[in-house]
Design a protein around this ligand. Sequence first.
Ligand code: AMP
Ligand code: ZN
Length: 457
Amino acid sequence: MNVFNSLTRRNEELKPLAGNEIRLYTCGPTVYNFAHIGNFRAYTFEDILRRAVKFNGMKIKQVMNLTDVDDKTIRGANAAGVALTDYTRTYKDAFFADLAKLNIEPAEIYPAATDHIPEMIELVSKLIEKGVAYQSDDGSVYFNVRKFPGYGKLAHIDFDNQRTGARCASDEYDKENVGDFALWKAWEESDGPVGWDSPWGKGRPGWHIECSAMSMKYLGETFDLHTGGIDNLFPHHENEIAQAEAATGKPFVATWMHCAHLKVNGEKMSKSLGNFFTLRDLMEKGWTGREIRYVLINAHYRQGLNFAFSALEDARKSLERIDRAVDALQSRIEPGAETPEFVRKAIDDFTAAVNDDLNIPRAFAALFELVRETNASGTRDQGVLDAFKRMDEVLGVVFFGKKEAQSVPAEIAALLEERAAARAARNWAESDRLRDEIATRGWIVKDSKEGQSCTKK
Ligand code: AMP
Ligand code: ZN
């Protein structure tokens, strides 16, 4: 399996550093609001990556952090007049429900920043001991970028042509303003009740140190793979490397991968521009998680993707085509039928596409070729169905034997997905509310071991 490594800027084979397991760290959400579908472009890309690793017979250990303390979460909690943990809980719960709707496989570990303050303090102390970090007059601690010779290797910063030196207290800044960045931020009036005791007085961690501390805690000082959206590359990931490598003296991560942005009219979809849709927004308009997932994954992850409703329309049609072929095949399967020639080629093409830096549009082309041949040949072979299932291990968009779910209108399908997510989160009250809501629209939901089924009243 080959992937493009942002650190070396080359296509390289992804092989575990040890044993047969890929250790993957994915920068997770800042839980101060509902995630938008731009964020979910990053999380679906990472889901495809994790599924592709497993598809290739490797094991995976994925850690995704939850940033539940930073400038934005503190501002939100204080404005709402609630405790930080209460404020972030709402968005953590919503995040997990959204992951389920998009059929994103759960990571192995979801560490929250506020549960790891001691580990962060320890890492900052180590950096001071090593002489690469210093305390400023107000009690904050900064990383001295000129004390770490490797600084800039991920973002390929040319220090000679840089205006460096300024200190930067905020977590985000651009390449033109490289400076010493905050590891620990001294408490300020606007932080309200949020703060932890430390050797440098009351304060809170900077955003970047969160990820270095939590990734090394769960994956070791050197691990295989680290990902995020391209906006994370600088300064966040550059700073993660500096903090980790200056502390341990060892390489931090072998392979870095970054996905391009989801855009709206050519601009990055973002909270600050206000040009975003949450998953809820789209589901209220009658689109399903499966259709949204299809749109997000059906573009190469390193290419910008412009969001448009016409893409959702196309997704609906394409998925219907797949469903029709798979349903018809399922209803005519006969034991002992011969496996047709085209199956091997479809799987080979599909595998080659996935292993060529996750070329999912090409992988879909292989799947649609299989759809075409399946329909044209009228095959009754179980092996063809198995090929669809094998492909769906990576794609996660095909329905198998859930005819009821497909024959309901889109708005009911969306409610059913929401209900499945509520049940996965053991939110029974919400599950009951949704059952009633579905009933008022003329459909009856039944639960069984296989999940929910739905029939018209
Ligand atoms: P944040 O909550 O802002 O820290 O972002 C969480 C993840 O979403 C990060 O990996 C970001 O790089 C990614 N992200 C944010 N906006 C977009 C976008 N418009 N397209 C793709 N990824 C994004
Ligand atoms: Zn991070």
